[in-house]
Write a protein that binds this ligand. Structure first.
Ligand code: SF4
Ligand code: MG
Length: 334
């Protein structure tokens, strides 16, 4: 099957002032297929949310997409007019955010917000939309749907609000669901329920799910494939199984080692010291240089390419560069 979403060499920069350019997303490529859950993982400031907002065409000045393409179902959407994009958002791509309180309108009931979607995007009559809204709330596991429909967002718990957001997201049968830290604000038990629900919905409606998170624990349980982002670039990409079994990039290793239960029998380095370099002041060399326990002289000089070191396993790190194939372009990932 063709991918639902293809992102190719995406660059989203913010022009802060004449001299300062924040390269928030700096040459990111990936694709997501129907039925697949792909995770974009990294610390805050790594560029994952800006990647999502770029796909949604929600980048505001002084930011803009300076290079690359975004393709949704064989249709390039990188520079389509705002009006068309507004139609696509909701209809074909839906997004669930960390804090549903800000995405839901506090002055309208849950029912109003869902029926508005259905009337606008699916041209339903009022009565029909109300019936469908109740169905949708039941689909996302809200058993007292008839009551919840008359309630306001603030009357609901965080978990219930996120269920409502998911109901709104799936109301138009989107092909792609983007979830940006959807459970970060929730406690652990509710987190699992919401993630289970999203995966269930993904399967039921054959959507593609792009899951953005800082939590490799969540990735290990829910994602089929992982892309690790650092300094606006992908530094490692592999199937979740492969990534957990043969973690390559020092940054990914650091992220894994800071998880208590996954690495009990591994020498612990503790959490990674230092912070993500600011996007307006990236080093010339490897962007992880300042924090890397394996840094070498050449890492300071230039930024390594993302190369395929094993079938569908990509790494951006000089530790895995093979001298003898350095000039063989077929070895370098696109
Ligand atoms: Fe560390 Fe060098 Fe690899 Fe960067 S390229 S992650 S500094 S070893
Ligand atoms: Mg974010």
């Amino acid at each position: 099957t063709n991918p639902v979403l293809s992102v190719d060499q995406l660059k989203t920069y913010f022009y802060l002032d004449q001299k300062k350019v924040a390269k928030a997303v700096d040459g990111v490529s990936f694709s997501v297929s129907p039925g697949e859950t792909v995770a974009l993982v990294g610390e805050s400031g790594s560029g994952k949310s800006i990647t999502a907002l770029s796909i949604m065409q929600l980048i505001e000045k002084p930011g803009r997409i300076v290079e690359g393409t975004i393709t949704l179902d064989d249709k390039e959407i990188t520079r389509i007019p705002t009006k068309q994009m507004t139609k696509l958002r909701g209809n074909e791509i839906a997004m669930v955010f960390q804090e549903p309180m800000t995405a839901l309108n506090p002055v309208f009931t849950v029912g109003n917000q869902i029926t508005e979607m259905l009337r606008k995007h699916r041209s339903m009559e009022k009565k029909q939309a109300q019936i469908e809204a109740i169905n949708l709330l039941r689909t996302v596991g809200i058993s007292r749907a008839e009551e919840v429909i008359h309630e306001y967002p603030h009357q609901l718990s965080g978990g219930m609000r996120q269920r409502v957001m998911i109901a709104i997201a799936i109301s138009c049968n989107p092909k792609l669901l983007i979830a940006d830290e959807p459970t970060t604000a929730l406690d652990v038990t509710i987190q699992a329920q919401i993630l289970d629900l999203m995966v269930e919905m993904k399967e039921k409606f054959n959507m593609a799910l792009l899951l953005i998170t800082h939590d490799l624990g969540i990735v290990s349980e829910y994602a089929d494939r992982v892309m690790v982002m650092y300094g606006g670039q992908i530094v490692e990409e592999a199937s979740t199984k492969e990534l957990l079994r043969t973690t390559k990039h020092p940054y990914t290793r650091g992220l894994l080692e800071s998880l208590p239960n996954l690495t009990e029998d591994v020498d612990r380095l503790g959490t990674i010291k230092g912070t993500v370099p600011p996007a307006y002041d990236l080093p010339t060399g490897c962007r992880f240089y300042a924090r890397c326990p394996f840094a070498m002289e050449k890492c300071k000089q230039s930024n390594p390419d993302l190369i395929e070191i094993d079938h569908n396993h990509f790494v951006r790190c000089y530790l895995y560069e093979k001298e003898d194939v350095q000039n063989d372009t077929s070895y370098t990932s696109p």
